[in-house]
Design a protein around this ligand. Structure first.
Ligand code: NAP
Length: 356
């Protein structure tokens, strides 16, 4: 029987996030990995040779593909997942959008552009309507849709129900970020084993600005960022996968810890996301055990798509404090992008599989 799934390309397919795309898309009901692309160093090689595969074995369908250069004249898929390094995403991603392709980007380059949606489906699905604004502003038929910095994603999913119920005003956030967040080969082992590195280049500004856009309101023409301020401290720790963010939060309307927990427990996010192939049963899970969430034990909750929270308590400086943790290359990158693409299909913004 003919495969009617939508053909997709992964740009930056050989890296840490690119490999996660290939793994998550293996057997996907709507999308078929038709093309893989990376730098000139990898182009021309079989994918299985070019990618230094990090987890399990390379899915057979992708293993045999020849890696293409990230050249819009060579990569033909209508839907493009980009796991490109920011140093090259700035030129390559718009070239694909200009050529009429849907680009789902993980890079930082366009996230804060006024006409570019920065989306976590459960949190701000409606921001996808910015695509119309983008198309008329840029005169292209494709689009760029971005997902956030991985630590900002974890923090935002945890804050979304609290912002809806109580209005976030002040956030103090300190992160403990996994080594896979630095890509491959990433941080040298002798720098990180048994150690904490109290600096991640350009990470704190991203955490301090992206949450307000995602928790902001789309007014039909632009996103009005949520009016709160964030102070972030970013640290790299010797954890393989899973970013932990400890937060103290102040609100417009002060909740008790019990009210904050109840808001988190009841929250299910945007209704049109439920039932999508990559959507977890619950986007947020509250642990009552005080020793959770832990990255090694809990990062794969909801197939890596559920953000875990715990240790909600009163904060002597702001109102409440708690810990949040989520899988950085799945919820914080490839899985988030795939869920964005599924939402585009569900909303009729991308042709349904088999409808061409
Ligand atoms: P990575 O492991 O370093 O992979 C980078 C990818 O970009 C590789 O496939 C590489 O191909 C490709 N590339 C590099 N230079 C290129 C060029 N000149 N032309 C075409 N392709 C080129 O990085 P990563 O961690 O997967 O991150 C990818 C993107 O996702 C980054 O923008 C990052 O900030 C973002 N992100 C990462 C995470 C995470 O948890 N890791 C989370 C959220 C967002 P070669 O193998 O051929 O060099």
């Amino acid at each position: 029987m003919a495969d009617t799934r939508i053909p997709i390309a992964v740009l930056g397919a050989t890296g840490a996030v690119g490999q996660t795309f290939i793994r998550l898309l293996d057997g996907h009901p709507w999308f078929r990995v038709a093309e893989v692309a990376a730098s000139e160093r990898s182009a021309g090689k079989r994918y299985a040779e070019a990618a230094n595969w990090l987890e399990g074995s390379v899915p057979a369908a992708a293993a045999a593909l020849t890696v293409l250069p990230c050249d819009v004249t060579r990569v033909g898929s209508p839907l493009v997942f980009s796991a490109l390094d920011a140093a090259v995403a700035g030129e390559i991603e718009p070239a694909f959008a200009r050529a009429g392709r849907f680009v789902l980007s993980n890079a930082k380059n366009f996230r804060m552009d006024a006409d570019v949606p920065l989306v976590i489906p459960e949190v701000n699905a409606g921001h996808l309507d910015l695509i119309d604004v983008q198309r008329s502003a840029r005169g292209w038929t494709g689009a760029i849709v971005t997902n956030a910095n991985c630590a900002a994603t974890v923090a935002t999913v945890a804050l979304a129900p609290l912002h809806e119920a109580f209005g976030v005003r002040t956030v103090f956030a300190a992160t403990m970020q996994a080594v896979s967040g630095a890509g491959y080969p990433g941080v040298p082992s002798l720098d990180i084993l048994g150690n904490v590195i109290p600096y991640i280049g350009d990470e704190e500004p991203k955490i301090e600005r992206e949450m307000q856009k995602m928790l902001g309101r789309f007014n039909g023409a632009s996103v009005e960022s949520a009016p709160f301020v964030v102070s972030a401290h970013a640290n790299r720790v010797p954890v393989e996968n899973g970013h932990t963010v400890v937060m103290s939060v102040g609100f417009e309307k002060q909740p008790s810890p019990e009210e904050a927990i109840a808001a988190m427990r009841e929250w299910r996010g945007a209704p049109d996301v439920r039932g999508l192939p990559s959507a977890p049963d619950v986007p947020l899970h509250y642990f009552t055990e005080p020793t959770h969430p832990q990255p090694r034990r809990d990062a794969m909750l909801g197939r890596g798509m559920t953000v875990s929270v715990g240790r909600m308590r009163a904060d002597p400086i702001l109102h409440v404090k708690f810990v949040a943790m989520g899988h950085n290359t799945i919820r914080g990158a490839a899985g988030g992008s795939i869920l964005n693409a599924e939402l585009l299909v569900a909303r009729g913004m991308l042709a349904r599989p088999g409808s061409a």
